[in-house]
Design a protein around this ligand. Structure first.
Ligand SMILES: [Zn+2]
Length: 236
């Protein structure tokens, strides 16, 4: 009966599919994907940090320029104080206040600068840490990749053999039946189910007696009303 050959074909087809799935779920492969994602994240983090550091550097330079300018003003004021010493108490007071004001501003700028330098150091440290971590992961990734490539090559050869066997088995099956099998497989796998005790063994639904009769007569291909699988009566 033609369903026997289709059932035979399904065994090798399912074996090949199962093997391919196992390959996809391989532990090394999963680990490689995780490491690759981690490396991508680190690259993104590095880029973000680099941008932040560049912005910080610009601000640091601007504040430094301002501090330099204040220092020059302070120098000029000191020089003027030397060349034209105050003639009275009021002038002396005014000059002292001007100097104090500049000194205060300068000290505020120095504080700001020291805070910014500390922030920049922290970001530099973060950047170094990321670089070290990423380099370590990259090394592990490269090592694992070599192992995985070997595993993958061997598995691919094994799968190739299974697919060739599947191809050979498929030649024994009626083409129309084979195409039905493949269209069912799109939404339901395995696409065939044995008939056991009047039930579809794919979804365990009890089949109406008319359907059972249809199957036993063997006149036509019967699909399960519930799951759509081709029902196969192995005569068990
Ligand atoms: Zn079913």
């Amino acid at each position: 009966m033609q369903l026997d050959t289709l059932w035979q074909f399904m065994q090798v087809d399912m074996e090949a599919d199962g093997f391919e799935n196992k390959m996809r779920q391989s532990a090394s492969r999963q680990k490689l994907i995780k490491q690759r994602d981690f490396l991508k994240d680190q690259q993104a983090n590095m880029k973000k940090l680099e941008t932040e550091i560049a912005v910080m550097q610009d601000r640091l330079e601007a504040v430094q320029d301002e501090a330099d300018r204040l220092e020059k003003s302070l120098g000029a004021l000191a020089e003027e104080f030397e060349n034209n010493p105050p003639q009275n108490a009021e002038d002396a007071q005014k000059q002292a206040e001007a100097v104090q004001k500049l000194v205060d501003s300068l000290s505020r700028y120095e504080q700001e600068l020291s805070k910014m330098r500390k922030d920049a150091d922290t970001k530099d440290r973060q950047q170094k840490e990321i670089r070290v971590r990423a380099a370590k992961t990259k090394m592990e990734f490269d090592q694992l990749k070599v192992e995985y490539d070997k595993e993958f090559k061997a598995d691919t050869a094994a799968l190739q053999q299974m697919r060739e066997r599947t191809e050979a088995e498929s030649k024994k099956v009626d083409p129309a039946l084979l195409s039905k099998y493949h269209s069912i497989k799109q939404h339901c796998t395995p696409p065939m189910a044995k008939l056991i005790n009047g039930q579809c063994s794919g979804c365990f639904m009890s089949l109406p007696s008319a359907t059972l009769l249809d199957i036993r007569s063997g006149d036509r291909i019967v699909e399960c009303d519930n799951c759509g699988r081709i029902l196969y009566d192995a005569g068990e």
